[in-house]
Design a protein around this ligand. Structure first.
Ligand code: BTN
Length: 268
């Protein structure tokens, strides 16, 4: 059962300070507010809500968050140069994908950070949202006085049709395993894996190696929407900083952010 005492008893460094809500607009907004307060919430501040009424996804989308899911946001204050902050997203994707595998689901990562299950096309079981904040000017370029709010939404004990996204494109732990899971156990597994991956951001080659082993984007034809333009081609590699390298008719393009559509080989 999910309660604050149980989460605190996990003694995970990512759950140093815990807020558990029955319902909240968005754990992401709450964690950001705590991080921006004076004094700002420390590394390892965890906000979980059993229901979100205004869950947010990437690119301004809404994120359906009914009871039964794991909706959480973490305040991270990492001792990392700001230029290395983009490493957090792939590391988090690796951590969550591994955690869900440990729960028995055969997950894959769709670049940049969607966790999918299933074969061709794949169905999304988890979304990750990493947002930076703070004041770059007074930190000497180091991220320690800044923060990242890492949001993770896992469709756990819910039916795909109860989520806002299209049911055919959505998976849940319930739909994959045929039974419900203990949310506290799920949270513990996720925090343990995240703490491990975030602990090796300085050894990013190892994270990328694991990312490649879990990836389902490389080798495919992709279409990426970014800043109003469309890049289409073959996803050929992952750059050392986590960018997606695409071979287009006009040459190689590196994409750092965007919405990726996996195309079937040969066109649509
Ligand atoms: C995506 O678009 O794939 C990212 C979805 C992130 C959803 C999570 S749920 C917990 C946290 N609170 C939010 O409002 N969003 C994130």
């Amino acid at each position: 059962m999910l309660n604050r005492e149980g989460i605190t008893a996990l003694e995970n460094p990512l759950a140093r300070r815990v807020e558990l809500h029955e319902t909240l607009a968005s754990t992401q907004e709450r964690a950001k507010k705590l991080a921006l307060a004076d004094p700002g919430a420390p590394h390892g501040t965890l906000v979980v809500s059993k229901v979100q009424t205004g869950g947010r996804g990437r690119l301004g989308r809404s994120w359906g968050s009914p009871a039964g899911g794991l909706w959480m946001s973490l305040v991270l204050r990492l001792d990392l140069p700001l230029r290395l902050a983009p490493r957090v997203t792939p590391a988090a994707a690796v951590g969550v994908a591994k955690a869900l595998r440990e729960m028995g689901v055969n997950t894959r990562i769709k670049w940049p950070n969607d966790i999918l299950v299933g074969g061709a096309g794949g169905r999304k079981i988890c979304g990750i949202l990493a947002e930076s904040g703070g004041h770059a000017s007074n930190t000497g370029g180091h991220a320690s006085n800044n923060f990242i709010v890492l949001g993770v939404g896992i469709n756990a004990n819910v039916d795909p049709r109860d989520l806002e996204a299209q049911p055919r494109k959505t998976a849940t732990l319930r739909s994959e395993l045929g039974h419900d899971v203990d949310i506290l156990e799920l949270l513990e597994t996720v925090l343990t894996k995240l703490d491990f991956e975030l602990g090796r951001l300085h050894d990013f080659g190892a994270v990328i190696e694991d990312w490649r082993a879990l990836d389902c984007t490389l080798g495919r034809r992709v279409r990426v929407q970014r800043f109003g333009e469309v890049v289409e081609g073959a996803a050929v590699d992952l750059g050392p900083g986590g960018a997606l390298v695409i071979r287009t008719n006009d040459g190689i393009v590196e994409v750092f952010e965007g919405d990726v559509e996996h195309l079937y080989q040969g066109g649509t």
